[in-house]
Design a protein around this ligand. Sequence first.
Ligand SMILES: Nc1nc2c(ncn2[C@@H]2O[C@H](COP(=O)(O)OP(=O)(O)OP(=O)(O)O)[C@@H](O)[C@H]2O)c(=O)[nH]1
Length: 158
Amino acid sequence: MRYAQLVVGPAGSGKSTYCSTIVKHASDAKRIVEVVNLDPAAEHFDYEPLVDIRELIHLDDAMEDDELQFGPNGGLVFCVETLLENCDWLEEQLGDVDDDYLLFDCPGQIELYTHLPVMRKLVDLLQKWNFRICVVFMVDSQFMIDGANCARDFVRVE
Ligand SMILES: Nc1nc2c(ncn2[C@@H]2O[C@H](COP(=O)(O)OP(=O)(O)OP(=O)(O)O)[C@@H](O)[C@H]2O)c(=O)[nH]1
C-alpha cells in the first residue's frame, strides 16, 4: 500500500507552501515525504519534486503552439488531459515503493474539479496503482468567514 494527499484549493491558497512545510516537518521526524507537482504553470516552489508534470508538458507548450493556441485556462486543461493520456509516464515516474507517502500539488483551476472528469480519473488511476488517498483542501481563512460559500466549495470537491 502507498499513501497520498491530493492538495487542492484555489490559486494562491498555499498549496505549494503546505507541501514544502510537510516535507520539512516529515524530514525533522526522520520520515520521507515526496511531492509530485501537477501544476504545468508552476514557476517556483521550495521543494524538489519527485515527479514534475512540466517535464512532460509545460503550459507554454500549449499556449505557444501555432495550432493549439490555447489561453491559460484551456492550456492548463490540455496539459492535465495530456498527463492522463500519458499515464504510463506518470506510473513509471512514481515508481513502486511500498509505504511511499506522496503529496500531489495540484493546479488551482476550478474547472478541473467542477466541469471535467480529469481529477476523478487521476484518483481512479492512483487507486489502481495501490495508493490510499485523502484530499487536503486549502482555503484562505478570509473565505471561511462566509460559511455558506465555504460549505459549497467543500461539497464540490467531495
Ligand atoms: N500569510 C500567509 N501567507 C501564506 C500562507 N501560505 C502561503 N502563503 C503565501 O501565499 C502565496 C501563495 O502561496 P503558494 O503556496 O504558492 O500557493 P499555491 O496555492 O500553491 O498557489 P498556485 O500554485 O498559484 O495555485 C505565497 O507568497 C506564500 O508565501 C500562510 O499560511 N499565511
